[in-house]
Ligand binder design. Structure first.
Ligand code: DGJ
Length: 729
């Protein structure tokens, strides 16, 4: 709901559990009154204080009044170089050469439904009742620029989206040097910041610390959202935990280089700014042209991280993901990568598929190595035609044979990349990102195609379209295996080189959208050397993303835990793979690997020809269990019951149906030791008044399971797992 108070110049955005308020301040400066747990019918601008302090500087139109310094006032979208010395949100390079921005309010508009952003991913509403839009218009008279701030209000999900459009109203080119998607000021600074960090094979590990004086934060300059830092951050009360305290989550709906910075200032005010990373960024706006910053989205939970995550999950499932399996179960897949890497032929693939089909696996995914001269990672990328030495008769022959086994067929691609040893590169060596006069850096033996160029994209997409049209293909795994370097486009003039990073991302989005519209039933899974581009931008096109190249079930507990703070389990690609695990050398029981994988999008990635009959029986049971429980995982509310970074004894999590009548609890124990501690697990999210039958046997009340808990059996070995299926009587 959007509430207008014209008399006091207030805009209040109300969701089920949160309130966001903006105030039109003196001289048209837009001030931020409040964001936090819901407060009804109040003028919250009383929180805004100002004084002549700290050697303040103040706008010229303030006259002799020295108390109105932007530096001390909570801003809605901070300007640059005009008396606010904290993090700027926007910066113009004007024809004069000045780099600054001074924004003043000029008007507003309220619209039913949710705004969209041309060419960029964004949360969407199916109809006008699901969301409302507020647009605040601002201008910088000197720069002759109009800035529009967009707010989408999804009441039910406690989600507030933000977007920014800049229009050049002048007669000369205006260069945008910085354009954040989100600025969020707080009138206090006793906040902790949580960021989600890591590396290839260990993504999105939470790191929490108090907000310290000055600027701190995370970002990426890799051209992808990155394995190293995720474009999702949390600010929270210092005492906040899973169930208690105010927690603010902010996610950027973007897949390229980003920055998320928080600042605590001299007067204990704080600010979060999030958006495209200004590193090597500069966008030229010709007269009348507009620039759209990517969307950011906020959830405020008054009762801890658990509810914050569940609201993000709901919003992502219902208002971001566009899933061809909407409402239906996604197929259980078998992928050949860890079994074969590049060394396979049709016979080998069919042998894996023949083992998989009777076990109940439903989608066969042929990974890297099927095209061009791709026998290792030094050749072939860019040549998206079948290697008929490996697959005689091509996809036209292979796919029907897979389908005859009762399985669907999926395929791996890496459209953004090229190997120098490829037909594409030999023909078009100038199509890669490279600095004139300097040989480009290689990553995994490959170069990056200049996806800011339409001719390059058209050529690659032409090949992909022909391939996808040649057989009945249900699924594509869209991979991307290196960071961007040498970011320079031969197709753009000198003054536009600052646009290449962002144009590249727009190019990726455009091709994904094209693929989705040309092949409407096609399911696309995102991937970036595992989870290097696991972000809300990609989820708009690819409803699931390969969570990590690390398939070790114990490491996955941590990766999937961290990922779950923002992203729902049904977005996390998770597979059972062979042991000892290729990344860690660890051996974990098949049952445990299954329990961990079925908490994401369930699949297998191993040579089933090498599994024993006992293991095959376990796989059959896992498939049956997943078919019983998939709705809980794909649609249920998710509860983290333990923190795998802290609890060495066991880890547990829970999926609960929204009506609280059914729940799936998964537990994985740690390493065993003598004279062990007793372990009790208290559940969450149940109805205390209901009676639940556990695994078809004993019946307990929800109150007992949540308050007293469930005694866990004593593990007799390392890394054991079990699941409790709770069904209300
Ligand atoms: C990286 C992916 O994350 C893997 O799953 C696999 O597809 C390889 N690339 C193939 O090159």
């Amino acid at each position: 709901m959007i509430i207008l108070d014209r008399q006091n110049g207030l805009f209040t955005l109300q969701t089920r559990n949160s309130t966001y308020q903006i105030k039109i301040g003196a001289h048209g400066v837009l001030l931020h009154s409040y964001y936090g747990p819901r407060v009804d019918g109040e003028d919250l601008s009383r929180l805004i204080r100002s004084a002549d302090r700290g050697a303040s500087v103040y706008p010229n139109d303030n006259g002799p009044d020295r108390t109105f310094s932007l530096d001390m006032l909570p801003q809605e979208y901070s300007s640059c170089g005009v008396s606010d010395f904290r993090l700027p949100s926007i910066e113009f390079e004007m024809p004069s050469g000045s780099r600054s921005a001074d924004l003043r309010y000029t008007g507003f508009e309220v619209r039913r439904g949710k705004y969209a952003i041309q060419g960029l991913p964004a949360f969407w509403a199916a109809d006008e009742a699901e969301a409302d839009t507020l647009v605040l218009f601002m201008e910088d008279k000197t720069a002759q620029a109009a800035v529009e701030l967009y707010y989408g209000v999804f009441e039910d999900c406690d989600l507030i989206t933000r977007a920014v459009r800049v229009v050049n109203r002048g007669a000369e080119t205006l260069r945008l040097c910085r354009c954040a998607s989100l600025c969020l000021d707080f009138s206090h600074s006793d906040l902790d910041m949580i960021t989600f960090n890591g590396r290839h094979l260990m993504e999105r590990c939470p790191d929490r610390g108090p907000l310290r004086p000055g600027v701190q934060g995370v970002g990426s300059i890799r051209g992808t959202s990155s394995h190293q830092h995720n474009p999702f951050v949390v600010l929270c009360d210092p005492e906040a935990n899973e169930d208690y305290g105010t927690a603010y989550g902010a996610v950027l709906v973007y897949s390229g280089s980003f920055e998320a910075l928080a600042e605590r200032n001299q007067f204990e005010l704080s600010r979060l700014v999030m958006g495209i990373n200004p590193y090597q960024f500069g966008w030229n706006l010709g007269p009348g042209e507009a620039f759209d910053a990517p969307e950011a989205a906020l959830v405020c939970s008054p009762c801890g991280f658990g509810q914050m995550s569940r609201q993000f999950h709901k919003a992502i499932r219902e208002h971001l993901i566009r899933d061809p399996y909407q409402g239906a179960r996604r197929p259980i897949l078998i992928n050949n990568w860890e079994a074969t890497t590049f060394n396979f032929n049709a016979e080998k693939l069919l042998s894996i598929a023949k083992e998989a089909a009777p076990l109940g696996l439903e989608l066969f995914v042929m990974d890297d190595g099927w095209f061009g001269q791709r026998n290792d990672d030094n050749a072939g990328l860019g040549d998206w035609y079948v290697n008929t030495d490996k697959l005689p008769g091509g996809l036209e022959a292979l796919v029907p044979q897979i389908q005859a086994l009762g399985m669907k067929f999926g395929i791996w691609v890496e459209p953004e990349m090229v190997n120098e040893d490829s037909g594409l590169y030999r023909e078009h060596p100038d199509w890669v990102l490279q600095v004139p006069g300097r040989a480009p850096c290689r990553g995994r033996g490959q170069l990056v195609l200049d996806f800011s160029r339409k001719d390059v994209r058209d050529h690659v997409y032409g090949q992909l379209r022909a391939m996808l049209s040649s057989a009945d293909i249900s699924y594509v795994k869209w991979d991307m295996n290196r960071s961007l370097s040498d970011v320079y486009s031969a197709a753009l003039p000198r003054e536009r080189q600052g646009e290449v990073f962002h144009r590249y991302v727009l190019g990726v989005y455009e091709m994904l959208e094209q693929m989705r519209s040309d092949f409407p039933g096609l399911f696309i899974e995102g991937c970036c050397g595992g989870g290097g581009r696991f972000d809300a931008g990609m989820l708009y096109y690819t409803p699931q993303i390969w969570c990590s190249d690390n398939t070790d079930a114990i490491d996955r507990l941590r990766i999937q835990y961290g990922t779950s703070f923002c992203y729902p389990p049904d977005a996390m690609g998770a597979h059972v793979s062979a042991v000892p695990n290729g990344s860690t050398g660890r051996t974990v029981p098949m049952e445990t690997r299954g329990v961990v994988a079925m908490s994401g999008t369930f699949g297998y990635e191993m040579d089933l020809g090498e599994t024993t009959q006992d293991e095959k029986n376990v796989i059959k049971e896992q498939v049956a269990q997943y078919k019983r429980c998939w709705e809980l995982v794909q649609k249920g509310d998710y509860y983290r019951l333990t923190d795998p970074f802290r609890n060495p004894l066991f880890n547990a999590w829970e999926h609960v149906t929204p009506d609280r009548r059914c729940a799936l609890v998964s537990v994985v124990t740690g390493t065993t030791y003598a004279a062990p501690a007793y372990m009790t697990l208290r559940l969450k999210g149940l109805d205390p008044a209901l009676k639940y039958r556990v695994n078809g046997q004993d019946v307990y009340s929800g109150a007992l399971l949540m308050s007293a808990g469930f005694p866990l059996p004593q593990p007799q070995d390392d890394y054991l797992a079990f699941q409790l299926l709770l069904e209300a009587e």
